[in-house]
Design a protein around this ligand. Structure first.
Ligand code: SF4
Length: 292
């Protein structure tokens, strides 16, 4: 029996950068506030909590003065920066550079649309931290579209600029664009001013294809993910379609040795929020079961 860890699994560089920033600061101060979970993985959050990282929400931030607060990779709306200024809070801004560039793009699009009576729409999950940060660039006036069929709030007769949250499915985004174009045709809008920007992170967009190849190459997939990771659930379901023999766990203790019967090649993979050290622990656990 051989055990292999998916070489493409593990944190994306945006999350790595945020965790590096937290560890660096904790090495100096042993105490750091973080606005929201730094990553959707309880094991990693717990590891950093033991080093002194304390997760807070916006209400708790509003009670602090003179503290140091980390902004995670998802980014924040302008109101968070204003709050920090007014409360003398030092920010360590670990917003992913890709998200930061998207925030700027949306801000520019918003200004352009505001001048000509147009609209900004964002394809993303309502209430998701990244979407809150993106919508903040438009003074919270963007139309948030959560599903490709959810286009009734858009007026296709007015100018429209469309953007996507970085972690959405490219397939669904393309479907949304097609639905808007179909609505334009249906309403016979001959002078439509509609631009859709490709703003999905390639790290996420390519992950499904890479995962498909990996799942095909093994007899059993152990998918490691935090239970609260939406990316984890999406990728797990995707993986299961390719390799029916896929099991999801959040820690090595959940492994059941009965799964290994008849499996020659076992693959370990995970979400973009699954730490490499956790997948390594899973590998060691499988090998110790096999050796006994
Ligand atoms: S998924 Fe992409 S955009 Fe999001 S944090 Fe990671 S690298 Fe940045």
């Amino acid at each position: 029996m051989s055990v292999v860890i998916d070489p493409n699994a593990g944190f994306c560089f945006g999350v790595v950068k945020a965790i590096d920033a937290a560890e660096q600061q904790l090495g100096v101060s042993h105490r750091l506030y973080c606005l929201g979970d730094i990553v959707h993985n309880n094991e990693e959050v717990e590891r950093l909590a033991q080093m002194g990282l304390c997760v807070i929400d916006h209400k708790q931030m509003a009670t602090l003065t003179g503290a140091t607060v980390l902004i995670r990779a998802h980014g924040e709306p302008p109101s968070t920066y204003e709050m920090a200024r007014s409360r003398n809070i030092t920010l360590i801004d670990a917003t992913c550079p890709i998200v930061l560039a998207l925030q700027k793009k949306i801000r520019d699009g918003y200004e352009q649309m505001a001048a000509i009576g147009g609209q900004v729409a964002i394809f993303g999950k309502k209430g998701h931290a990244e979407v809150v940060g993106l919508n903040g660039q438009t003074g919270n006036t963007a139309i948030i579209v959560s599903s490709p069929d959810d286009i009734d709030a858009i007026d296709v007769r007015r100018p429209l600029r469309l953007y996507s949250q970085t972690t959405m499915s490219r397939e669904e985004y393309n479907k949304l664009i097609s639905n808007i174009e179909a609505r334009i045709a249906e309403m016979r809008v001959t002078d439509a001013d509609f631009v859709a920007y490709n703003t999905i992170c390639s790290r996420v967009a390519n992950r499904a294809t890479q995962l498909e190849e990996f799942a095909h190459s093994v007899d059993l997939v152990i998918f490691v993910s935090g239970v609260n990771s939406s990316n984890g659930h999406y990728l797990y379901e995707y993986c299961r379609k390719v390799q029916a023999n896929t099991k999801m766990i959040s820690s090595p203790d959940e492994i059941d040795e009965a799964w290994f019967a008849g499996a020659e090649r076992i693959g370990i993979t995970g979400a973009t929020s699954t730490p490499s050290w956790l997948m390594e622990q899973v590998r060691q656990r499988i090998e110790s079961i096999a050796n006994n």
